[in-house]
Write a protein that binds this ligand. Sequence first.
Ligand SMILES: C[S@@+](CC[C@H](N)C(=O)[O-])C[C@H]1O[C@@H](n2cnc3c(N)ncnc32)[C@H](O)[C@@H]1O
Length: 309
Amino acid sequence: MLKDEDGVLTGPMATALEAEFGVSARIAPQDYIMNALIWVMKDVGVAFRHYIEDGRANALAVKAVLEKFDGARLAAASAPLSLLDFASGYGRVGRHLSKLMPAAFYTAMDIHPTAVSFNRDTLGLDTILSHNEPELVVSDRTFDYVVALSFFSHVRRALFDKWLQALHRLMKPGGMLIFTAHGRESHDATMPDVAIDADGYGMMKTSEQFDLSTDYYVQAITYEPFVVAAIKRIKGLELVAVEPASWWGHQDMYVVRCVEEASPSAWQRAAMRISGSVRYFAGRARRTLGRFVKSATGKSQPETPPPSI
Ligand SMILES: C[S@@+](CC[C@H](N)C(=O)[O-])C[C@H]1O[C@@H](n2cnc3c(N)ncnc32)[C@H](O)[C@@H]1O
């Protein structure tokens, strides 16, 4: 396997996969998902192909779910709707989804700054940096769709409602949240020794993201009654559907509608305004720099996606 000057995995296999799948097959060396695949599959080539192939399958599945539950709105939209891939990782799914769903403008959000810069600079995606504390996830932007694949499968019990609230703040009224979680099938198939409490929550203090503290990120199991009760506690969110074990053969999928805007606290509202101003001035600075570069060199800056915050 070859690496380029930035340490990104490249080489003949990447070139072949790019030709086959029509997306960048570059993979960041810090990508723990790829690490886990190599560990499970014991073969870098097989893991590399699976990463790209399964990313595409997942992107197609997200598209199918949105069409199934919100097809009329997608078809009627005169301009692209907005889609946030929360906990995007290093664009395993996003590199495909951003191309397969032109009806939605794609934004990737993750806790790892290296994932944000890889997604932005190597994959050319719009990005937002997240935070470990759900209360501190504030943005002036809201989205028609929020997708969180394999994130709630890692959430500590005490943070479960807070993460639902955080994602609610990122949703437009009428918008939809799709997320996956480890349910009964994941429990039986992947972590049978984990004890589940009376409410339907259990966890193991470990994860594939070796650099993330288990204070925030663990292997969590959440039976359907636990998740459904959590959704019911969030005013403004409404459960639309649960599809047990429909992801990767074991994770449950939840489809949730934002029926009423979230009500951020006073300081969160203030932070949202600041984030909007930062984005506005960053955009202006970039346009000014672009004009300066063009007048000095005669060359235009490459097209960049909307500003990240
Ligand atoms: C199991 S991976 C799933 C990645 C991606 N959704 C996929 O399916 O390939 C979980 C992701 O959650 C991200 N993550 C963990 N804590 C986060 C947080 N507080 N905010 C946003 N992302 C977070 C990790 O960095 C990692 O990329």
